[in-house]
Design a protein around this ligand. Structure first.
Ligand SMILES: Nc1ncnc2c1ncn2[C@@H]1O[C@H](COP(=O)(O)OP(=O)(O)O)[C@@H](O)[C@H]1O
Ligand SMILES: [Mg+2]
Length: 328
């Protein structure tokens, strides 16, 4: 039987019409059955999935060409793959960030034309900004927009106690960049295990980080490299030169807050909702907190006998989040 979390993932994919996500969860369920020895059920499920897939082949905008890129062997421990579905319109960002992201997308989409003139599209990006402002989300959006798989580096398995070992694993990841085009996300790369261990470990970590930056610099693949960090100010500016673009994220402005509220509450929007009076309550909070406060408010409304969503529900959850921000 499918696990509850798999069922939830299926329902979520169904609700948002993410066909490929739906089918890829279904494949996971089938694989689980096969592992438990239920080979007949697994085969039946595979056949059904294939049928569903052929039904969807056609010019559906959400269908993904490079679907089955899956890291194998040792790489499977080092990279996880996702096929994100959220597009640029999901991001609430400043015009400046939007300009930079659309420029990346444009250059990537036109890479053939560019290379005809010996030019290369931007593809090494450093995203800098406070937590919860959309850096990780951006990597997914770039993948979705370019219809590429999103590979996420798993630092927990990449970084070992032994420099030599970490280095060879890192090299393996950069080999993958060459063989499978995709968006490769190195999330919070600068905080790599710094919290753990002794002085000695810290020195090792620094060396590994330097090696990582060198590999980025040397890389000449067609893949996109997205490195994200919450601590831009602490970074050496020499590091910025290794990237084609450094994109800075920030907590949302008032108009951005309003847009975020509008998007997040759209499922339960009612004419009584007074967005203008909610905006000041969200000032200073990152996007992620605002989105969560909206979700929590909607849950309250649903659980209390499906009543309409009230302005005070949202305000109340935003205050709760501002309170815990100050306590941090
Ligand atoms: N700029 C944004 N626009 C829309 N939603 C956002 C934005 N930033 C964050 N979110 C919401 O918060 C969640 C977490 O954001 P995330 O991308 O992980 O932030 P970061 O990587 O900067 O810490 C996202 O999945 C999304 O729901
Ligand atoms: Mg992040």
């Amino acid at each position: 039987m499918a696990r509850a979390d798999q069922l939830k993932a299926l329902l979520r994919a169904y609700a948002t019409e993410e066909d490929e996500q739906f089918l890829s969860v279904a494949l996971q369920v089938a694989a689980g059955e096969a592992q438990r020895g239920h080979t007949k059920v697994a085969a039946e499920m595979h056949a059904l999935i294939e049928r569903a897939r052929t039904r969807h082949k056609g010019p559906r905008p959400t269908s993904r060409p490079a679907l089955l890129a899956q890291p194998r062997g040792e790489l499977a421990d080092l990279l996880t793959v996702q096929y994100p579905q959220r597009h640029l319109s999901h991001l609430v960002i400043s015009p400046e960030v939007e300009l930079r992201l659309t420029r990346v997308l444009k250059e990537q989409r036109e890479h053939v034309r560019l290379s005809g003139h010996g030019l290369h599209p931007r593809r090494k990006l450093l995203l800098v900004g406070p937590p919860g402002t959309g850096k990780t989300l951006t990597a997914g959006v770039l993948a979705a927009e370019l219809r590429l798989p999103l590979f996420i580096a798993r630092f927990d398995s990449l970084i070992t106690k032994f420099m030599g070992e970490s280095a060879s694993k890192l090299r393996l990841v950069f080999e993958a960049l060459k063989t499978t085009r995709g968006v490769y996300l190195f999330d919070e790369f600068d905080s790599l295990g710094l919290q753990r261990g002794s002085q000695h470990d810290v020195a090792e970590m620094r060396r590994t980080l330097n090696m990582f930056l060198q590999l980025i610099e040397q890389d000449e693949s067609d893949s996109l490299i997205v490195a994200a960090t919450n601590h831009g100010d602490a970074l050496d500016t020499a590091l910025f030169r290794r990237f084609d673009d450094v994109i800075r994220y920030d907590i949302p402005s008032d108009p951005q807050i309003e847009l975020l509220l509008r998007n997040s509450l759209s499922l339960m929007a009612s004419p009584d909702l007074d967005l203008a009076s909610i905006v000041p309550e969200a000032r200073g909070l990152p996007h992620s907190d605002i989105v969560r406060a909206c979700t929590d408010a909607m849950k309250d409304a649903v659980l209390e006998e499906n009543r309409v969503l009230r302005t005070s529900d949202v305000v109340c959850h935003l205050r709760e989040r501002s309170g815990s921000q100050k306590g941090r």
